[in-house]
Design a protein. Sequence first.
Length: 83
Amino acid sequence: RDDQEAVEFGVPEDAIDGHAFHIYTLTSSDGSVQFQLQHNVAGRTVYAEGTADAVPFLSQKVRSETEGKVYSMINVLETGTLE
């Protein structure tokens, strides 16, 4: 990544080493309509906190289920037990 380009995109300088700034664009086939969704994550704290929330969730699943399954953070969020 180019740090200067990231700053110009809006990333705070103190989040250069850990950020996720993205814009998703959907454009109609004739180009007359455009829809954009943007999300900006500055820093790594939210990822660390998500991991800390996922550990007890997965631990409980390992203890209570007999076969392996795949889970996402949506499953963790749906429990409503975030710290």
